[in-house]
Design a protein. Structure first.
Length: 457
């Protein structure tokens, strides 16, 4: 008999969870203005809002907390962290920040000017926000394969090289860099192939444009390269990661994902000029350049987390759980972005709530229905997150409208996945009865999804 799959870790600590009633959830959601970001944590049973900072650290990471050096400048914790970053990514210069959006803010403050154009494979919310807030333009150059959620393609996160070259030619001299996100979160946690990384960097460099890699889930991307791309099956995750960054000019990292820490991020680059320029913005925004908004304890934990999470067994356990949830949705006939991504399942709300018009935000409506059904908190990655066009101020309805179910690392069991799947099945079975969605009552001018106030129609 074949030995069945089992997790590559054992549980050492637990946190009790409280179930709620449907009546309680209806009240709480109403008080939160139908924005699940505004719910209190204790009002949520299974929290799939994000995998950012919500993972469970290992015993080695917890041990390192006790060894943290809290010196303001030149702490030993920084040099421990720096050496791991240099070893895994091959970058010369490293600046810690308190999280990924801080890394973007520091680097983009130096690089992005009004009127610039920044292409990328589906910029995520903060990335796009940091570009558009500086009165620059973010242009999506993702492959069209990503638009069809039911099409099974191994690397749906890839850059469309023809689209990219068109942007580079039409905006010659006005593109400060290109953003390459691995994995591609916005289109469903979909990976980018090594070949596409290599070709994207070559094309950009041909046009004199540097490449910045958004690296929140780089390890998961390396896992997919190992398991899906010819020639990489016998390479280690660390070998693949090093090759991924060989041609890149810089990276930003939300270490709260594949670093498996509760807070942290960093910038790394081979460009000394960028390093010196970014330092000027790190100090006023984040702190001194050897702590950058993080304490020594967290720098130590991050160094271990990066090392641990670039091992195959850890990644296999994590991605297997996402695939397990996908298999349950397959069983129930629920459409999602196929194949399953590395960190989340992205349910195709347009295909589920076919009677809810796009103007009433189907994915946000589905998010609310799932919470009401079982206390499961997901996140809308769709028309609300897309914000308004900065020029016309019209809602941007051109992309996908997805309910993202992020799976925190090493937190939930497959039994919790069964609950999520059953709750979705119940909503799916009554989908014909859901004919109205939500409307915006108030919104912020940028990154509105975090604080938007909605009403049910």
């Amino acid at each position: 008999m074949e030995i069945p799959f089992a997790e590559s870790w054992k549980i050492k600590m637990i946190e009790p969870m409280r179930k709620s009633t449907r009546e309680e959830r209806e009240q709480w959601l109403r008080e939160a203005h139908y924005n699940v970001f505004q719910l209190k944590a204790e009002q949520v049973y299974i929290d799939c809002l994000t995998d950012s900072g919500t993972g469970a650290m290992s015993d080695r990471q917890w041990a390192e907390l006790m060894l943290g050096d809290e010196s303001y400048a030149g702490a030993t914790s920084f040099y421990k962290f720096e050496s791991v970053v240099k070893r895994i990514f091959g970058m010369k210069y490293v600046i810690p920040t308190h999280q990924g959006r801080a890394a973007e803010n520091v680097l983009f403050s130096y690089l992005v000017k009004e009127g610039n154009v920044v292409p990328g494979n589906a910029h995520f919310d903060t990335t796009k926000g940091h570009i558009e807030s500086r009165k620059a333009k973010a242009i999506d150059v993702t492959t069209d394969d990503a638009k069809d959620t039911q099409k099974v393609v191994p690397f749906k996160g890839n850059v469309d090289l023809e689209k990219l070259e068109k942007v580079l030619k039409e905006n010659k001299g006005n593109v400060p860099f290109m953003v390459l996100t691995v994995t591609n979160n916005t289109v469903g946690g979909q990976p980018v192939s090594m070949q596409n990384i290599r070709e994207t960097c070559a094309l950009c460099h041909k046009h004199g444009v540097p490449v910045v890699m958004d690296s929140a889930r780089f390890a998961e991307n390396a896992y997919f390269i190992k398991t899906r791309e010819k020639g990489y099956a016998d390479k280690t995750i660390k070998q693949i990661a090093l090759e991924m960054y060989k041609d890149a000019d810089a990276m930003t990292m939300s270490a709260k994902k594949d670093g498996v820490v509760n807070m942290g991020g960093f910038i790394a680059t081979n460009n000394e000029e960028w390093f010196e320029g970014a330092k000027l913005f790190c100090i006023p925004f984040e702190g001194y350049i050897t702590y950058g908004g993080m304490n020594g304890r967290d720098l130590n934990a991050l160094a271990v987390g990066l090392d641990e999470n670039t091992e195959y067994d850890m990644l296999h356990t994590r991605i297997h759980q996402v695939e397990y949830l996908a298999s349950k949705l397959d069983e129930y006939g629920i459409p999602y972005q196929r194949p399953a991504g590395g960190h989340a399942i992205f349910v195709d709300a347009d295909r589920v709530l076919t009677h809810v018009p796009k103007e009433e935000f189907p994915a946000q409506t589905l998010t609310c229905e799932l919470y009401l059904e079982a206390g499961v908190r997901g996140c809308e990655i769709g028309y609300i997150l897309a914000d308004r066009d900065p020029v016309t101020r019209e809602n941007r309805f051109g992309g996908l409208d997805l309910l993202r179910l992020c799976i925190p690392r090493r937190v939930y069991t497959d039994n919790h996945m069964n609950v999520i799947a059953a709750a979705l099945k119940n909503v799916y079975e009554r989908r014909e009865q859901i004919t109205h969605g939500v409307a915006i009552e108030w919104e912020a001018p940028l990154m509105r999804h975090f604080t938007v106030k909605l009403k049910r129609l």
